[in-house]
Design a protein around this ligand. Structure first.
Ligand SMILES: C[S@@+](CC[C@H](N)C(=O)[O-])C[C@H]1O[C@@H](n2cnc3c(N)ncnc32)[C@H](O)[C@@H]1O
Length: 439
């Protein structure tokens, strides 16, 4: 049974938001743990939805709390700030009746051992509802408060995408669809779609991405026919597009240099019998790669190592294909991870660009002449994408960027960019370089 007042999801969402916004920690692990303790599936889903609502409306909700609270709560009562901000974000969203939102927030305060502040929560929210328009008029009329992103990121997007930045910000606030990858070793997309349809899961084949199916409605993944047997995986269609750039062929030696948790490595192995080396710097994430491949009955050599220092792990034999799915700002997947916008800082971008450059330069000599290196990010910042590709081509006379005019995405000087929401996909950048034969 869901809790009658909705207090528990509000409390958990406020606590999770505090972890991101006060402690600068990522939402994924924390929220998964909190939600796992909730008995009711609807409350679990509601908790997740509410955290997203607050992440997307944080600047305005936070400013409203500042306007409405005459005195700052004591440090030990800091959670009340997030309970109020969440309720204000919900009231601005307008999905639930205002009385229910106020009641749930008051009960959340009680449940969170803030009984002594439950009267304050009630008074503050009623005060807001009485003079809603006056309070809203006091909010700055700027993109930060309109779209709910930090100013530095908005400025970068305005520079990079002068015609699209508003739709990019709006897409980052929308609910993403659920994309599945069909395991070609198991069945075809058409047979998978038919099985899903028969089991009552409406879905559509992608027009652009050969192995991708888009579910019409959210569903518990484990209930999908074929999931447990390894016939399906969850993966955005833009991530799946990587295979169309890499085009692995049977018998080839393939290096996946930033492999964890193994989504693209699994896709490579589902498509072709290759000799795959999967490298990652993070031991915990490499373990998840083993789990990903194990579930699908696939195998690769897993290597704990630094992609920018191959001398420590490389066996000296050249590769036919190299995939660099680089660590990046993840600004293309904010719709799935709304905390990214608050966790990333403007100062993070230059070090990421520098790391990506070091990986590209260090791994290029490991590619056979005639081989293909694919560089991918889930970023929408040009510094990590097309500018990275231009720099690479300037430095490496034996590299040529391959054109992929038939693939979806916005053509850049080199490579193609998908912006979040384009054909329902996450924001991704892909470029493929061929290594030219000498002379
Ligand atoms: C975008 S994720 C890769 C996602 C993965 N390819 C997939 O499809 O599931 C980037 C990965 O790069 C890894 N990484 C970061 N710095 C690295 C380095 N110097 N060498 C190798 N891997 C690194 C991170 O641990 C992270 O797992």
């Amino acid at each position: 049974m869901p809790t009658p007042t909705g207090a528990e999801p509000r409390l958990l969402a406020a606590q999770a938001a505090a972890v991101v916004l006060d402690q600068g920690q990522s939402l994924d692990a924390d929220l998964a743990q909190r939600v796992a303790a909730v008995e009711n599936a609807r409350d679990r889903a509601l908790t997740r939805r509410l955290v997203h609502v607050l992440m997307r409306d944080w600047p305005a909700a936070n400013a409203l709390v500042g306007l409405l609270l005459t005195r700052k709560p004591a440090r030990r009562d800091r959670l009340v700030h997030f309970i109020l901000a969440l309720a204000l974000a919900e009231l601005r969203e307008g999905r639930e009746p205002p009385r229910a939102v106020v009641h749930a927030a008051v009960e959340a305060a009680r449940l969170g051992r803030l009984r002594h502040l439950s009267g304050l929560v009630n008074a503050v929210l009623r005060n807001f509802l009485r003079a809603r328009d006056e309070f809203l008029a006091k909010l700055p009329d700027d993109p930060v408060h309109r779209f709910g992103y930090p100013g530095w990121l908005i400025e970068r997007l305005q520079d990079d995408w002068p015609d699209d930045w508003e739709s990019v910000l709006a897409a980052g606030n929308a609910s993403p669809p659920l994309w599945l990858r069909v395991n070609r070793r198991h069945w075809t997309p058409a047979t998978a779609a038919a099985a899903l349809g028969e089991a009552g899961f409406e879905c559509a084949l992608s027009r652009h991405v050969p192995d991708a199916l888009r579910l019409a409605h959210r569903a518990a993944i484990r209930r999908l026919p074929g999931f447990d047997a390894g016939g399906l995986s969850v993966q955005d269609a833009a991530a799946q597009l990587t295979l169309e750039y890499l085009r692995p062929e049977p018998g080839q030696r393939v290096l996946d240099a930033c492999a964890a948790p193994g989504g693209k490595a699994a896709h490579v192995l589902e498509r072709a019998d290759v000799d795959l080396t999967a490298v990652d710097l993070d031991a915990g994430r490499l373990e998840r790669t083993a789990e990903t491949l194990g579930r699908l009955g696939l195998a690769a050599s897993l290597v704990l190592g630094d992609a920018a220092r191959p001398e420590a792990w490389w066996d000296g034999r050249l590769y036919d294909r190299i995939l660099i799915d680089a660590p990046c700002s993840a600004t293309g997947v904010i719709r799935r991870h709304p905390d990214i916008r608050w966790l990333r800082r403007s100062g993070d971008i230059d070090p990421l660009v520098e790391l990506q450059q070091r990986m590209l330069d260090a791994l290029w000599p490991l590619l056979k002449p005639g081989g293909i290196l694919v560089y991918v990010t889930c970023s929408i910042l040009k510094a990590e994408n097309v500018r990275q590709a231009s720099r690479f081509l300037e430095l490496h006379a034996d590299a040529r960027a391959i054109e992929h005019a038939h693939l979806p995405g916005r053509a850049q000087d080199y490579g193609r960019q998908i912006l979040p929401g384009d054909a329902g996909m996450d924001g991704f950048y892909h470029v493929a370089f061929e290594r030219l034969h000498a002379g």
